[in-house]
Design a protein around this ligand. Sequence first.
Ligand SMILES: NC(=O)c1ccc[n+]([C@@H]2O[C@H](COP(=O)([O-])OP(=O)(O)OC[C@H]3O[C@@H](n4cnc5c(N)ncnc54)[C@H](OP(=O)(O)O)[C@@H]3O)[C@@H](O)[C@H]2O)c1
Length: 328
Amino acid sequence: MVKKLQQSMVVEYDRTGDTGVYELRRHPLTEPAPGEVVVEVICAGISHIDGFIREGRETDWVEPWPRRSGSCFAGVVVSGTRASRFPPGSEVIGHVRSGAHSTYVTVPEAALVAKPKSLAWEAAGGLFLAGATALDTLDELKIGPNDTVVISAAAGAVGSVEAQLARHRGATVIGTCGDRNFDYLRQLGIKPVRYGEGIVDRIRAAAGGPVTALIDNFGQDGHDIAAELGVPQSRYRSSADRRHTELRLLRDDPESVTRGTALLERLAQLAQARAFTLLISGLYPLEEISDAYLDLQKLHSRGKVLIGTHLVTTFRTLKARDVHEAAL
Ligand SMILES: NC(=O)c1ccc[n+]([C@@H]2O[C@H](COP(=O)([O-])OP(=O)(O)OC[C@H]3O[C@@H](n4cnc5c(N)ncnc54)[C@H](OP(=O)(O)O)[C@@H]3O)[C@@H](O)[C@H]2O)c1
C-alpha cells in the first residue's frame, strides 16, 4: 500500500520549447498496478536526448501531453509487500521512458536493480542512460585488449563511462577533450587529445600505431576523422548511431525494458567493482531543473548533470570544470 496522502512533485511540460516550458506540478500518488512499485526518487540524471525531445527535435517521439522528463533514477521503494522482489525500504536504481524527474515514480519491478550499498546516490541516479549507451556501444564494437579506440567527448557523460570501461577491457584509449580535461583523463589512464584542427595528427601521435575503432559522441567530424585514420566502417560509431542506441533504451515495451535492466545490472556490478566511476558534473534541486539543463547545454560537462530531491544545501559553488574559464 502507498502511504495515504502522498503526493508527487512532477516535472511536466505542455508544449515543445526551451527550458522555460518546464513546470513542477503536484499529483496524487495512485496505487501501483500488479508488478509495479512506487519509488521515492533520491537522485535522477538529465540527458541531452531529454532536451531534444522537449525541443521537439525528436519528431517520431510518441508520448501524450503533458509530457514528463527524465529516464534515469535511484531511490527507495515505498510500496509493495515484504514478499515482493523489492520490498519497501529497498534501495534501487531504475529506468523509465520518461518521468524520473519527480519525487516519486511508479515503475514495473522489471525496470529496477538493487543499488549496491557502496554506490553513492548521485552515481546511482545518473547511471542508466549514459552507462547503458556506453556499455551497449562497447559490446557492439566488441572492444577488447587488442584495440586502440578513439572516443570523442571522452570527459562527457557517455564518453567518460565508455572510456573507462574500454580501459577496463584492456584497450588503449584515446579521448578527445578540451585542455581543462587533460589531467582528468590522464588520471583514468586515457590519453587525452585536444579536439579541433590538426586532430588527426595528434591522434596518430598518441596512438603510435593503427587506430582500430572510433566512437564519436560529439558528432561534428567523426566520420572524416575515422576515414583519415583508416578505421573500418564496421568499427566506427557516429553520434547518429548513439541517438538510435539511446532511443532504443527509452522504449517501454517489456522486451526493451528487460534488455535495459540487464545492461543496468551489469553497470551496477561494474560500478561496484570500480571498473568505472560516474563523475558528477553538477547536482541541482528538482525545482531548478531548467538551470540543470542550461548547464548541460553548455557542452562542458565532466560526467553527469543530476537532479536531487533531498539536497543538504542548494548553495551554488564554483565547479572545477569552470575554474579553467575563471583563470583565463
Ligand atoms: N546525435 C544525438 O542524437 C545525440 C544524443 C545525445 C547526445 N548527443 C551529443 O553528444 C554530445 C556529448 O553528449 P554527452 O552527454 O556524452 O556529453 P556531455 O556530458 O554534454 O559532455 C560534453 C563534453 O563534450 C566535450 N566537448 C565540447 N566540445 C567538443 C568538441 N568540439 N569536440 C569533442 N568534444 C567536445 C566537452 O569537453 P571539454 O569540456 O573538455 O570541452 C565535454 O566533456 C553533445 O554534443 C550532445 O548534444 C547527440
